[in-house]
Design a protein around this ligand. Structure first.
Ligand code: NOJ
Length: 817
């Protein structure tokens, strides 16, 4: 165990009052002339956004919402701390975990281990690789989300992590080019909000603190961090990080929405993001942290910085950030630098009165309350030594000789999770096309398996880079995993095919397929089916340059389909891909499996052979062409001013399907779409108000709780519908509810927005009643003048069906006069 001494606090940079004045706001001196590689901003639009007002002081936690007892314990603990100890606790230190708050043995505090990530224990040994975030969202299954989060947290806990750095609601998927959409959930705030809430509740039920990241408007990787002068000791920017410039209504209705669910789930911590928001760094943006998060959303836990996202001391602290990470040893751009804006500088700032003791105490109380609330002070597993060498966020030499591990190393924490992962893989794979009854397979005797994504990984089991050969079931950087085994499509298909005495021929080299063709196929007979496996990689810190599948995938499909009139395409992908091959008459079926984790092959075979009936739905839109998507990333700037990286969210609420619907644009596969081996119908949509009287337009002003005004979360309307399985196979239906707001709602309101869904098992020929409960927030828009959620007057239309473009029943209602 490492014991803290003042000398161990690494020497720091001067604690500057702030980057620019005491408000912590970084100036925007002009609206910028950004260059997006697809479409420049229309600079004739006068923007009401692009700056961020200062809001001080930082609200203090009161532990409301169920943390009151833990808060008292935290306060008692904080009373025993010295000033230096408090400063250390707010400052991450080198150690075996990705983030470390060091132990204080005299108080029996064993420290905090913060660990990535959203799909596994980052590169962890003897641990499971679960389905990815985007896969989990594609399941549209609350129970799956909960079970996944719980099991992931069980493994983290057994390896000694106190904090899981996830789940992710930002990026939300404003643009499909964002490199990290697979780590998050859906390009829709409602679905992502449900995913956040279920995952956080589950993780914390398992005793591990969750971390809602990356707050906020973190919608591109390009220029996520400033570029620094090479000699700069990390202080001189060449150009600052990109500023996401978002108007108030969009911020509330799109980007903040799922984070409100996170706060309501009483998430222990938030991670402020790398980008600037409306000109001010997210980690020193007092409007975002003090006003929105700790004020409006009533968040009671602590805000930690993303790694190296801290750009000031006092300004960040006064703006609401409570913990800097990785702290004493900080990543600036791509450069490790000793020192911290916090640490001993924080001690000095309290001593000279720049930061009040009150504020520092609140920071530590916020950090310690969830720890006590989850009982992490009692018998918590020690940190497994095996995680140390994998930690790239504080290099080994910075801590190894000061750290003593206890407990067994290389603990096997997998339990029987693989069974669940197999089920989850099948439940999250979306069937996009199925013609000529191609699926399920009926004992094919002559099978071709093609594509470099079908077989084993040939470059080690820890995922680091876009490898050519092997199935892609996870991707790179802080969300990357180590497979203790992987069920590949080739293994699983071969094992299954052997039962049928089938012939399995493999063509696993994309270059060979496209350059030499598949001539050996002509002996001895035409295949019954050709299964083509394609993949698309993307990772943190880099945005995608194309929405095509990788490794010349389109040409691979063309070649296979030329030889095989029953070609089934399976994709393992980060998210959106355009699929020019979808119209090919020989491509009879398409499955999007995203990144399904360690049971990739088995879970797919369960679907291919019909042991499981597909039920998953797209959590984003697949357009016909790349150029059909709006909201291009800012990938370059033509000017060299320090603050010139600007990303204008001019599309406002038109994110994802909202854009395509608003402009009536055709899409290949819409949001919420996915086929089954059966067919469903939905009818008799009826609604019933919870109260007999009309509702007030604005919510009653009730004391803020975690998640915000509790009146927003009150059930106001219940809809029911009847779902019938009209086919011959039992299966899960996923009925969805969309709302069209009345005409009185301000311009820019999307034509329809998801506000409910359910996953229901319906045997063939039977019917089930489904219920959608709407809360006040679901039927409100953010009124920028009232600064509140307003239910508009006039008639709402509710559409229920099986995708954002497949409505089967409608009903109307009005709520306010
Ligand atoms: C940066 C990433 O943005 C964040 O998601 C991750 O948790 C930290 N690095 C720590 O690895």
């Amino acid at each position: 165990m490492k014991v803290l001494t003042d000398a161990m606090l690494l020497s720091g940079l001067l604690l500057a009052p702030s980057v620019s004045g005491s408000t912590g706001q970084t100036p925007i001196d002009h609206p910028g002339k950004p260059f997006s590689y697809v479409q420049p901003r229309n600079t004739s639009i006068l923007t009401p956004y692009g700056h961020s007002p200062a809001v001080h002081p930082s609200p203090k936690t009161s532990g409301k919402g169920g943390w009151e007892h833990a808060l008292a314990q935290a306060k008692e603990f904080v009373e025993k701390l010295t000033l230096e100890e408090k400063s250390w606790m707010a400052t991450g230190q080198p150690g075996p975990c990705v983030g470390n708050v060091l132990p204080i043995p005299r108080l029996n505090f064993t420290g905090l281990c913060l660990q990535n990530g959203p799909q596994c224990i980052e590169e962890g040994t003897y641990s499971s690789v679960f389905i990815s975030g985007v896969s989990a969202a594609a399941s549209w299954d609350r129970k799956l989300l909960y079970d996944r989060g719980y099991a992931l947290a069980e493994e983290h806990k057994a390896k000694g992590s106190h904090v899981i750095l996830g789940p992710i609601a930002g990026p939300l998927g404003r643009s499909p080019y964002d490199g990290r959409t697979w780590e998050g959930f859906a390009a829709d705030p409602y679905l992502t909000g449900v995913c956040m809430e279920e995952t956080i509740t589950a993780m914390q039920d398992a005793g591990v603190q969750a971390n809602a990241k990356h707050f906020i408007a973190n919608e591109q990787e390009t220029q996520r961090n400033p570029t620094y002068a090479p000699d700069a000791n990390a202080t001189t920017y060449i150009q600052d990080s990109v500023s996401s410039n978002v108007d108030d209504r969009t911020l509330h209705e799109i980007y903040m929405w799922p984070f409100a669910n996170a706060a309501r789930a009483r998430v222990a911590s938030f991670m402020c993001s790398y980008n600037r928001l409306n000109g001010s760094h997210a980690c020193q943006n007092s409007y975002a942290l003090n006003h929105l998060l700790k004020g409006e959303l009533g968040f009671q836990g602590y805000v930690m910085s993303d790694w190296g996202a801290t750009h000031s001391g006092v300004a960040s602290i006064e703006s609401g950030m409570d913990m800097t990470m990785p702290g004493g040893f900080t990543l600036y751009g791509e450069m490790w630098t000793e020192g911290s804006y916090f640490g001993k500088n924080l001690t000095a700032a309290v001593e000279n009165g720049t930061v009040s003791t009150d504020r520092l105490d609140d920071m530590i109380v916020r950090i310690m309350t969830p720890y006590f609330w989850l009982g992490q002070d009692k018998d918590y597993p020690s940190v497994d030594a095996s995680v140390g060498p994998l930690n790239v966020d504080s290099p080994l030499y910075t801590w190894l000789y000061n750290w003593t591990f206890t407990g067994p190393t290389n603990r096997d924490v997998r339990g029987n999770h693989s069974e669940m992962i197999r089920e989850h893989g099948a439940a999250s794979t979306v069937l996009l096309k199925n013609e000529r009854n191609a699926l399920p397979l009926r004992k094919p005797r002559n099978i071709v398996v093609a594509g470099n994504d079908a077989g084993p990984i040939t470059q080690g089991s820890a995922i680091h880079s876009n490898y050519e050969f092997g199935v892609l079931a996870n991707s790179g950087s802080s969300g990357s995993c180590r497979f203790s085994y992987i069920s590949t499509p080739l293994d699983a298909i071969t094992a299954r095919a052997r039962k049928d005495g089938a012939l399995v021929q493999t063509f696993l080299n994309n270059t060979q397929i496209t350059e030499e063709g598949m001539t050996s196929l002509w002996n001895p007979e035409l295949p019954d089916v050709c299964l083509v496996f394609l993949k698309a990689w993307s990772e943190e810190n880099v945005d995608r340059r194309s929405l095509d599948l990788d490794w010349n995938a389109n040409a691979v499909v063309a070649e296979v389909a030329k030889n095989c009139n029953n070609t089934i395409v399976v994709t393992h992908s980060t998210g959106v891909n355009v699929m020019p091959f979808a119209d090919h008459p020989n491509v009879t079926a398409i499955l999007a499996a995203h990144y399904p984790g360690e049971e990739a092959g088995n879970s797919l075979v369960d679907l291919l052979y019909g042991d499981v009936n597909p039920s998953a739905k797209l959590p984003y839109v697949i357009a016909y062409n790349e150029s059909d998507y709006n909201a291009p990333l800012t990938t370059d700037v033509l000017t060299n001013g320090t603050y010139d990286w600007q990303s204008w969210f001019d599309e406002k609420l038109e994110v994802g399907y909202r854009y395509f619907d608003a402009h009536n644009l055709p899409v290949r596969y819409e949001f919420g779409f996915g086929l089954s081996y059966t067919t469903f119908d939905l009818a008799s949509l009826t609604g019933k108000a919870v109260a007999t009287a009309n509702l007030s337009a604005l919510p009653a002003q009730r004391p803020i709780q975690p998640g915000g005004n509790p009146a927003l979360w009150e059930k106001v309307f219940t809809l029911t519908a009847v779902v019938t399985n009209t086919g011959t196979v039992d299966g899960h239906a996923i009925p969805q509810l969309y709302v069209a707001f009345p005409k009185s709602t301000p311009a820019g309101t999307p034509p329809s927005q998801l506000r409910g869904f359910d996953k229901v098992w319906v045997p063939a020929g039977e019917t089930k009643t489904v219920t959608f409960d709407l809360m006040r927030r679901d039927v409100s828009y953010w009124d920028v003048v009232a600064q509140d959620w307003r239910i508009p007057t006039g008639q709402f239309t509710f559409h229920a069906g099986f995708s954002s473009r497949d409505f089967r029943a409608n009903t109307t209602a009005s709520f306010v006069r």
